[in-house]
Design a protein around this ligand. Sequence first.
Ligand code: MRU
Length: 357
Amino acid sequence: MKSVLGYETVDYDREHHALVIVDQTKLPGEVDFLSLTSLREIRDAIYHLKVRGAPAIGVAAAYGLAALGWRIEADTAADFMKQLSRHRDDLCSVRPTAVNLSWALHRVYGACEDFLNRKPGEAQGRPEGEKIHKLREVLLREADRMKEEDADICRRIGEHGLDLLRPGDGILTHCNAGQLATCRYGTATAPIYLGQERGYGFHVYADETRPLLQGARLTAFELQSAGVDVTLICDNMAASLMAQGKIQAVLVGCDRVAANGDTANKIGTSMVAVAARHYRIPFYVCAPLSTIDRDTPTGREIQIEERPAEEVTRMWYRQPMCPPGVKVYNPAFDVTDHSLIHGFITELGVFSSPEEI
Ligand code: MRU
């Protein structure tokens, strides 16, 4: 099996100006790449989790906007920006909980505004067609930068996280905050991959993560493909493993950290944090600074994405696994109270609260 570390989760095809992603809905059965150029295709890929995980969604959306920029027909730079902002807003709304999505889209759009407004020497006086061409280059350059930065941030999260762990530790993780959720290494998996390189001999337990099984389909797949000792468990087994003394640390990713440290991550995360507190096991959130949203005071203000019932009732199953018409509640994320979080592992180090950063 080829290690997933050898694939690009998110990339850009410069010849055809297309966003290129690994289709994560086909994993682990098939490694298939998708080349996306239209707003509908890019929206659809993000909504249906063909690309998912907060940092990967951000970079994918940034490259997506660059690909769309190449297709905008405009006579003036002002018109180009107007159309671009419509695409930006459209993509922003696809998955509301992951702050990286809007952060990334506003960042690449902002780079274009900077080019037009804050560098008058460069932009003013050029013919409109030339300005538009430059704006397209600015979009792509900024998206490239974000991708490079993401890999570097994850590696630094890995170094800081590894300092908290000991050889032979049992580590529990929930959902997929791995290479497939980022541009390289993952966030929660970065200390695991670095530990693997350095012979730490971790035993990793991956929650399957109902209902969309990101833990089973993606985390188990990517860690196994990299040669990590990984064991798949059902979500309801985590407390039992903790009671048996098999878990020394919990590492999870996040979609949005509120200013007070309340953290939104995949549904089921808060249940793991509650169990970890009971068994006195440190619960760490691996959080790139881009995931900290200082405009959202507490977890109560975080918008939680609700997904279709069908994801619970039949998706991934050969047959429907509940009575037809049963009521279903399917929030994609939950909020872990800041009091349950031992530390935030960021690219700058480990902090007990975002207020310290
Ligand atoms: O719905 P998903 O698969 O996008 O949810 C992903 C998660 O919850 C991850 O833990 C989070 O985005 C962090 S990824 C580094």
